[in-house]
Design a protein around this ligand. Structure first.
Ligand code: GLU
Length: 275
């Protein structure tokens, strides 16, 4: 009998907030080749939860660009915006276990907190200082419906987390030092990236997550969520970041290095994948 646990399932999980760039092309191609080498399957997930930044035309564009690159995926694409009840169920489980708390501090409050180490990574969520936490033993309010406040996961302070990255090898982080209490639900009544990603990767049966090294710290956060929700964690393979000529990592604002622009300039898929 086939052992379903050993069947490789990977995923491509772009956010339709702009055009795919060279960094996506490389990471996705790595995901594709790893799935192929393992005789496994690659799935496509549309990470479209951020209502203010996601646009349907970018979903169309990313699918076209991925097909042009030679990427294929099995099963119909999943869109996170259609899966909110699933994330809400996971939130209720975290709430029942007393692992989260409501937080009415703004991003500005958090950034201004003197104790918060700033490492300059603007894309990552800022370090939430321990003094903003509710005192231990304060009873947890019920989850409202809709939710109109942020909820955070309380990380186990001073606990060292270790995993073996498929590309970078052994990775360690100390909860409460290298990262801190992180958002699981937002006051606009949507899950955070961390929670939605974990719930989906578990529900989709993903065995290896291949993504950019900018998400390395998120992997530690997500690992805590896997444990809290009793899901088994996949393996992780982080790809080195692609940077521009000034050493800054690529973002969707780098139009010149978008797959679309390179395509228009006459680059071949092989050139873009390997550039
Ligand atoms: N949708 C996320 C992004 O584009 C990536 C999620 C992931 O691979 O875990 O940054």
């Amino acid at each position: 009998m086939a052992n379903s646990v050993s069947i490789y399932r990977g995923r491509l999980a772009p956010s339709p907030t702009g055009l795919l760039h060279l960094g996506h092309a490389r990471t996705f191609w790595t995901a594709h080749t790893r799935a192929q080498a393992a005789g496994g399957t690659l799935l496509l997930r549309n990470d479209d939860l951020d209502r203010s930044r996601c646009r349907p035309e970018f979903v169309t564009a990313m699918r076209e660009d991925m097909a042009w690159l030679g990427l294929t995926w099995a099963e119909p694409m999943l869109s996170q915006s259609a899966r909110v009840p699933l994330y809400r169920e996971a939130l209720a489980r975290l709430h029942a276990a007393g692992l989260i708390y409501p937080c009415d501090r703004s991003r500005r409050d958090v950034l201004a907190a003197a104790s918060a180490p700033h490492d300059g990574d603007e894309e990552d969520e800022p370090f939430y200082p321990a003094e903003f936490r509710p005192a231990p033993g304060v009873p947890l309010p019920a989850l409202s419906d809709p939710i109109s406040t942020n909820w955070r996961f309380r990380v186990p302070d001073e606990q060292e987390l270790i995993f073996n990255d498929g590309h970078f090898g052994k990775q360690r982080a100390m909860a409460g030092r290298n990262f801190s209490d992180f958002l699981v639900w937002r006051k606009d009544d949507l899950p955070s990236y961390q929670l939605a990603c974990v719930v989906d990767d578990a529900a989709m049966g993903i065995t290896e997550v291949v993504r950019g090294a900018d998400l390395m710290r998120s992997t530690f956060r997500q690992w805590l969520l896997y444990r809290a929700l009793s899901f088994s964690a996949p393996a992780f393979y982080h790809c080195p970041l692609v940077t521009d000529e000034t050493g800054r990592r690529l973002a969707k604002r780098h139009d010149a290095l978008s797959v679309r622009t390179l395509r228009k300039q006459g680059c071949t898929p092989e050139e873009v994948r390997a550039s």
